[in-house]
Ligand binder design. Structure first.
Ligand SMILES: Cc1cc2nc3c(=O)[nH]c(=O)nc-3n(C[C@H](O)[C@H](O)[C@H](O)COP(=O)(O)OP(=O)(O)OC[C@H]3O[C@@H](n4cnc5c(N)ncnc54)[C@H](O)[C@@H]3O)c2cc1C
Length: 538
């Protein structure tokens, strides 16, 4: 494969470059045919026209921190983390900011904070994830409880379509590209006609990053709503405009320890009316992992901890849960508040550095259920892990019923991929039977694409397929992501980054990628990690 004529960016097909882009966060290792790093918007548009004409699959990619395999694939991985670095421009009066899609959340938020503002969806990955990746996955964070996910804050997008047309959309502007016109002509009438069924088929949860947001589009008619959460399958985002919120004058945090899982749902429901900005859960499986740090703060026999943030002094919060809590601790000064939150930030580094052949695998890591069944869901997660002989660590965003569950596996055991697949199947069944969704914020990627029809029904799936066909007529953008081929499996042993069947990659690259994962170094430019062979610059 060779770069298209007139293309000015990097285009590499050597083994080193392909291996460097074979993995993102999450479980997958899939070797691409080539890696492209376009120089600018025109270069990206040219690349898209070439791919569209030749039927070449394209995998748009930001920092690569996405979990479910939307950032890897067999086609040309297009690294969008370099070219679109227009510095954040904050309009404090209008409470908006614009920036290039390659800019990280941290950089945009730092610029906003200098003006007393912030972009409220605050992913833990904010230090490295790109704004393009956040839009593509409809990313969110702890404060989504009060402020919603990324879609609620996107005001405008610049993008390049599968056919290489550049577009711009905001609340008033849409329908200017051929893709949007086809969508409006061929698919929009069907969506409008089925709007009430789409609402009914949507999960009973406050968060969802699974499927296309046809329900949100039906309400607003805005291209921005449809592209947000489309995981690089409809268009490639190059610029972002977001709304900002004022920073609160103060924050307080309440730590609540609970002796029974049956008290989790009622405690969440007792606290929600007080308007918390975040409500995080640390399950017993999490507390076991961080035992030393939790000692003294969390009594023996605790089944779950809630960390609840208020913008203000948290008045009334202790009273609201007194009948359920075994202990409470309210922090109001900034130093005590950050000491309490340290407990929430301990797990990711430990999970990334498990010893020997132990790995933390993100396969059922993103389910979201209605809060009244949260206790039942935690029990089901623990049981499914036990039944499939995995360890499990559960934590997440209790206020939204959204839990991260990492399976702990010994990847030297030859049957672990089969157990993993069976566990995924079982847990997805539980999520759906509880009225939930397989993805609260990470997206479907390749991993959850096979479950979209089961989650939302055949009529919804058909509208998604028509949406995809309107935006991407030759199916080049991230094939297999969000919409799976008939009968496709979520993964195979040969597409995993761990285990004996993992595709071989050069040792130097494997070592660098493992180091990057352990240190959460996703912001690094991957082509800089290992020198390519002579003459590999293009
Ligand atoms: C330690 C850790 C913590 C995390 N915490 C959170 C969290 O709190 N909340 C949360 O929501 N997520 C979290 N994530 C997941 C991840 O960071 C988010 O999904 C993030 O939005 C991905 O951004 P990225 O730039 O890394 O995108 P990538 O991983 O490169 O891509 C993700 C998806 O977006 C598509 N994409 C990327 N850029 C573009 C673009 N410019 N145009 C079109 N499509 C594009 C890709 O094709 C892919 O499907 C976490 C991940 C890690 C490793």
């Amino acid at each position: 494969m060779r770069a298209p004529a007139g293309y000015r960016g990097q285009f590499r097909t050597d083994d080193v470059a392909r291996a460097l882009y074979a993995e993102g966060a999450g479980i997958f290792r899939i070797l691409p045919a080539a890696v492209a790093v376009p120089a600018d918007r025109e270069d990206l548009a040219l690349l898209a026209r070439w791919a569209h004409a030749g039927g070449v699959a394209v995998v748009p990619r930001g920092a690569g921190s996405g979990m479910p395999g939307g950032n890897v694939g067999t086609g040309v991985v297009v690294d969008l983390s370099r070219a679109f670095r227009e510095e954040p421009a904050v309009d404090a009066g209008a409470r908006t900011a614009r920036a290039g899609a390659s800019v990280t959340y941290r950089a945009l938020n730092a610029a906003a904070e200098r003006q007393g503002l912030s972009l409220p969806p605050d992913p833990s990955s904010g230090a490295f994830c790109t704004l393009g990746g956040m839009v593509a996955t409809n990313a969110s964070g702890a404060r989504t409880l009060k402020y919603g996910a990324m879609r609620a804050w996107v005001r405008g997008l610049e993008f390049v379509t599968a056919e290489g047309e550049t577009g711009r959309a905001d609340a008033r502007t849409h329908g200017r590209t051929a893709a949007e016109r086809r969508f409006e002509r061929d698919v929009a009438p069907g969506i409008r006609a089925h709007a009430s069924e789409l609402e009914a088929a949507a999960p009973r949860t406050t968060k969802n990053s699974s499927g296309y947001a046809l329900d949100a589009w039906a309400r607003s008619g805005a291209t921005t709503d449809l592209l947000t959460g489309s995981e690089g399958t409809l268009a490639m985002v190059t610029g972002v405009e977001v709304a900002l919120a004022p920073l609160p004058a103060r924050r307080s945090t309440l730590l609540v320890t609970l002796r029974s899982l049956d008290d989790v749902g009622p405690a969440v429901q007792a606290l929600r009316p007080l308007g918390p900005s975040a409500m995080e859960l640390l399950d017993r499986t999490y507390l076991d992992l961080v035992r030393d740090a939790a000692q003294g703060r969390v009594p023996d026999g605790t089944e779950a901890v809630l960390l609840v943030e208020f913008e203000g002094d948290g008045r009334g919060a202790v009273e609201a849960v007194r009948h359920l809590a075994s202990t409470t601790e309210l922090a109001v000064d900034p130093a005590s508040v950050s000491r309490l939150w340290e407990l929430r930030h301990l797990a990711s580094p430990i999970l990334a550095r498990l010893p020997g052949q132990q790995r933390s695998l993100q396969v059922v890591e993103d389910g979201c259920v209605p809060v009244d069944v949260l206790g039942r869901y935690i029990r089901a997660l623990r049981e499914a892990a036990d039944a499939h002989r995995f360890g499990i660590v559960i934590f997440g965003h209790a206020g939204d019923g959204h839990l991260h569950a990492n399976l702990l596996a010994d990847v030297s055991q030859p049957d672990f991929p089969a157990r993993l697949a069976s566990c995924l199947e079982a847990v997805t069944g539980v999520q759906l039977s509880l009225g939930g969704t397989p993805s609260g914020e990470h997206g479907d990627g390749r991993l959850r694409a096979p479950f979209v029809a089961r989650a939302f029904g055949d009529a919804y799936l058909e509208l998604c397929r028509r949406t995809k066909a309107a935006w991407d007529p030759t199916g080049i953008l991230n094939p297999g992501v969000k919409l799976a081929a008939e009968g496709a499996a979520p993964f195979r042993a040969e597409t995993l980054k761990v285990g004996p069947a993992a595709p071989p990659i050069p040792d130097a690259v494997a070592a660098k990628l493992r180091e990057l994962e352990r240190a959460a170094g996703w912001a690094a430019f991957k082509l800089d990690l290992v020198p390519g062979p002579d003459g590999a610059a293009r």
